[in-house]
Design a protein around this ligand. Structure first.
Ligand code: 4AZ
Length: 256
């Protein structure tokens, strides 16, 4: 996150940290994600770029994590991954990450996955097709870079407020032109000071509607970070209510 502030996971208890286990058993941070029910995390398909790296056994998910380099066993909940479901229409052939959405099923222990606490709680999905007006303020969260030129991620969870940008604007030739599909939306600041960045992908963009926070976007891509006319691009979650329902069998996730 560029231009943001340190965030307490208690204020974003759906935030998930997805790790990949390398050959020497080291845990490498891969992507953010959002807990949408006790056993399911929504993230970006591009977090799993090669088929061999989609082996669920190589991944783990940590919920309730504030700091990357310390483990607070009292609040964190760590899970193995039962399955990884990439969207069938995920397509990066045009290098625009169309349908950049994926589901991770957490492996249950003694019949249960995550347990709600002050630090762990699922986020609501917005009703299908719900539209918010351009300029609407939403919030992005992640453990990604604080500045594009750094080579390391943020050691702590960070958040920033960004504003929704109209599709017409984001499709202008001096913005992203035809790269923006109907499954995406853009968000940024008028002064380009705040943005998601590398390492934040898969994580949440949430917007408050009627005093509730809803997961409207999955952090997907962008040309650099916090650059003029290069806003962050997000997967439009309201296009995928039925897909999530079909894959998880949870009708409750669409009702908000
Ligand atoms: C990335 O590489 C990435 N500025 C994510 C978000 C943005 C850029 C890059 C948006 O994961």
């Amino acid at each position: 996150i560029v231009g943001g502030t340190v965030a307490a996971v208690e204020s974003h208890p759906w935030v998930a940290a997805i790790f990949w286990r390398g050959r020497s058993k080291e845990k490498v941070f891969r992507c953010g994600g959002s807990l949408i029910s006790a056993c399911w995390v929504l993230t970006a398909a591009h977090c799993f770029p090669d088929r061999s790296s989609t082996k669920p056994r190589r991944f783990s998910v940590v919920l309730g994590k504030n700091a990357m380099n310390e483990t607070n066993a009292a609040v964190e909940q760590t899970f193995r991954v039962e399955q990884i479901i990439l969207h069938e229409g995920y397509d990066n052939s045009a290098e625009n990450y169309n349908n950049d959405i994926a589901l991770l099923q957490l492996k249950a222990r003694r019949g249960r996955c995550s347990i709600e606490s002050d630090s762990v709680r699922p986020v609501c999905l917005p009703p299908p097709g719900q539209k918010l007006h351009p300029g609407f303020t939403c919030e992005v969260t992640g453990y990604g870079k604080e500045n594009q030129s750094l080579w390391y991620n943020s050691p702590v969870l960070r958040e920033a407020q960004v504003n929704l940008i109209a599709g017409d604007v984001c499709r202008q030739p001096d913005y992203y032109a035809s790269l923006i599909s109907d499954n995406m939306f853009c968000a940024g600041r008028t002064d380009w000071s705040r943005d998601a960045c590398e390492g934040d992908s898969g994580g949440p963009l949430v917007c408050e509607v009627g005093e509730r926070l809803f997961l409207f976007g999955v952090i997907s891509w962008g040309d650099g970070c916090a650059k003029e006319k290069r806003p962050g691009v997000y997967t439009q979650v309201t296009n995928y209510n039925w897909w999530v329902e079909e894959k998880t069998g949870l009708s409750s996730v669409t009702s908000g």
